[in-house]
Design a protein around this ligand. Structure first.
Ligand code: PBG
Length: 327
């Protein structure tokens, strides 16, 4: 019989805890939150049980709770009352996102890092992440100009971190230049660096009342490509990204591991709406152990190298793991 027995390190909970290599941390979790303009009460999102479109009031409550639980941050997505071809509501000074940023900042001060989505898909009636040219394609440079203005607007409202998610070329550099020119030297940029054209964003469409039925393959990355993520990383860092992100998480753990192995800035991973919905749906049918699956998914993302995780379960796991995932 062999004398070498790895199982010696697995007999008890105490021993397994002692030798555990990775564990998510509550302070590294970010809660994505949706806020609907004009909403008076939270509205459930059918394909994301437990997630809602907040009113400003209920958003304030959720942000306060997030801070209380010790979460790292909140990522805000706005749903405007009116959408049009150019997403003009995104540039309204008192628009839904600016109002949400102000409300959350007023509630949580410096106790919670407030992040905002800088993208147009929530604001356009066609649902693309940018402005369309005469041929119906997303116009990269015209779109980036709007992102730049959006970012400045969010910074004026007091956001700590802007997060451009549109995958336009040069978006990080232009946003940095815009923030600097407006005097917002301390507003950080979390770049959606390796964001893939993924079917796992499905439930997000319902979450932001989007009718989008097309494809984002002309601007988001091809799921087939791994090396390309490193090129996007080089560009985002050169343009001044303060943090970078890989998205989705579970189907892209290899990309996450690659990025985290070389990045000199913190690396975030986004456990997206479809990842959430799949676990919730299977658990509802009694096919998997819900809590265990959630915990395992977050542990896997941590093991692959994420410093920061965006997850719709952030508040729930912070409650469940108030003692063991503390710090
Ligand atoms: C774009 C954006 C999307 C998500 C976050 N930011 C949608 C998309 O790119 O199609 C998806 C997040 C999720 O699915 O949870 N503003």
């Amino acid at each position: 019989m062999t004398a070498v027995r790895p199982r010696r390190l697995r007999p008890t909970g105490a021993m397994r805890r002692l030798v555990a290599e990775n564990q998510p941390r509550i302070s590294s979790l970010v809660l994505p939150a949706f806020v609907a303009e004009g909403g008076t009460s939270p509205r459930p999102i059918g394909s994301m049980p437990g997630v809602v479109q907040h009113s400003l009031d209920s958003l304030r409550g959720a942000a306060g709770e997030a801070a209380e639980l010790g979460l790292g941050g909140i990522m805000l997505f706005g749903i405007p009352a009116h959408k049009d071809a150019v997403g003009s509501a995104a540039l309204e000074a008192d628009g839904v996102l600016a109002a949400a940023i102000r409300a959350v900042k007023a509630e949580t001060g410096d106790d919670l890092v407030v992040m905002s989505d800088v993208c147009l898909d929530e604001f356009t009636d066609h649902g693309h992440c940018g402005l369309l040219d005469e041929t119906g394609r997303v116009d990269n440079d015209a779109t980036v100009e709007v992102y730049r203005q959006m970012a400045v607007l969010h910074a004026q409202a007091g956001v700590d971190v802007v997060a451009p998610s549109g995958m336009m070329d040069g978006q990080v550099g232009q946003i940095r230049a815009g923030l600097e020119a407006a005097g917002h030297h301390n507003t950080a940029i979390l770049a959606y660096t390796a964001k893939y054209a993924s079917a796992f964003y499905g439930p997000f469409r319902e979450a932001v009342d989007s009718s989008f039925a097309g494809s984002r393959r002309e601007y988001q990355q091809d799921p087939a490509n791994r090396r390309e993520a490193m090129r996007e990383l080089d560009l985002d860092l050169a343009e001044g990204a303060d943090m970078v992100m890989v998205k989705p998480a579970m189907s892209y753990l290899d990309v996450l591991a690659d990025v985290s192995a070389v990045s000199r800035v913190p690396v975030a991973a986004y456990q997206v709406s479809g990842e959430y919905a799949m676990i919730e749906a299977a658990a509802e049918r009694g096919w998997i152990d819900r809590d265990a699956a959630i915990d395992e998914s977050l542990t896997s993302i941590t093991r692959a190298g994420a410093d920061i995780i965006l997850t719709y379960w952030a508040a729930e796991v912070a409650r469940r793991h108030a003692t063991d995932w503390r710090r």
